[in-house]
Design a protein around this ligand. Structure first.
Ligand SMILES: [Zn+2]
Length: 338
């Protein structure tokens, strides 16, 4: 049986599995049956998988159905005091400098945004240099690039670092770690994010991409916003709702980042401190466990204006990252209070 992706964050697609109602059900049950439920869930996936199924085809085939219930967030608590265990599998093809930095980054992130086992207990991480020939194919099949993906063995993080990023010392070789780790954090604070029932790209990916830039800015004195997320599309100001969908195209999530940073600016206009504004977007909103049908209601509960009002306000912005850059001295410690 080829591995079959059941969920994939990044690589433009973040999809869910076919046995959706069962999947939703298991995340609303108590944790002691979690592993049993996951076992059956995986069986269902295996049963629905034809041998050698194309990865992207299997993802796209599940794209349209999304039954949701509106009250699941009221049943959910983030009360675990047990941390998620990250199991790092680092291939020998990676430079030793990168491995050293990887360990520093994970230690730092564990302090700033610790991930608790509310929705999952462990996450395997597989990292390698793109020059290596799929060194973890026995565990993750043909998974590649950078993503939170899943197969018949569970969910995992993939960090295939393009060799050029080492050759040219590109900051992305480090920022991608913070980006994917932030998705692990999101999965820890929201059951609906974990299950795929919350799928608003500009918030989900914009938050992860903003976080990675904040991390890089603080630890490497490099403005990743300005240099690497500057390809903002005009649609971010003229028709921002298109970036709710993972079908919308953009470069390095620049438009989603722009929208998150513009939301920070709008919150500052409402007399909210910058670090508090970031916390509201990156943590508080998702902690309310929005889903795809009720997220605008939760948006209006968390923020002092509606999503529609925010979208309308974007018309007064230029589609340019330079106009929404945050304070360069902003520290993650001040945002997350950790
Ligand atoms: Zn992502």
């Amino acid at each position: 049986m080829q591995s079959l992706n059941i969920i994939q964050i990044d690589k433009k697609i973040y999809e869910k599995n076919n046995p959706l109602s069962f999947h939703k059900y298991i995340y609303n049950m108590k944790r002691f049956i979690y592993s049993i439920a996951q076992f059956f869930f995986i069986l269902l996936i295996i049963n629905g998988c034809s041998s050698g199924q194309d990865e992207s085809l299997s993802l796209n085939s599940t794209a349209s159905e999304t039954p949701v219930d509106n009250d699941s967030q009221t049943e959910y608590n983030n009360d675990s005091d047990i941390k998620v265990i990250f199991n790092s599998n680092l291939d020998d093809s990676l430079p030793s400098e990168w491995i050293t930095e990887y360990n520093v980054i994970l230690d730092t992130l564990d302090k700033r945004i610790p991930v608790y086992a509310n929705n999952y207990e462990s996450l395997d991480i597989y990292a390698w240099n793109s020059t290596a020939d799929k060194p973890f194919s026995a565990q993750i099949g043909n998974a590649s690039g950078a993503c939170i993906c899943g197969n018949d063995q569970g969910r995992y993080m993939v960090l295939e670092i393009p060799n050029d990023e080492f050759t040219y010392s590109l900051m992305h070789r480090y920022s991608v770690i913070a980006h994917e780790f932030f998705h692990a954090y999101q999965m820890g604070i929201s059951a609906n994010f974990y299950s795929g029932d919350f799928r608003v790209k500009w918030i989900s990916e914009g938050s992860a991409a903003v976080f990675e830039s904040l991390y890089i800015q603080e630890h490497y004195a490099y403005n990743y916003f300005k240099f690497d997320q500057d390809s903002v599309d005009n649609e971010a100001t003229t028709s921002p709702s298109i970036f709710e969908s993972y079908d919308s195209s953009e470069t390095n999530y620049s438009s989603s980042v722009f929208m998150v940073l513009a939301l920070v600016k709008e919150l500052i206009e409402s007399d909210i401190k910058e670090e508090v504004a970031f916390k509201m977007i990156l943590t508080d909103f998702l902690e309310q466990n929005p889903n795809s049908s009720n997220w605008k209601n939760i948006f209006e509960e968390v923020f002092p204006f509606s999503a529609e009002t925010f979208y309308q306000s974007l018309a007064s912005y230029e589609a340019n990252i330079a106009g929404v850059l945050p304070d360069e001295n902003l520290k993650l410690k001040d945002i997350f209070n950790n």
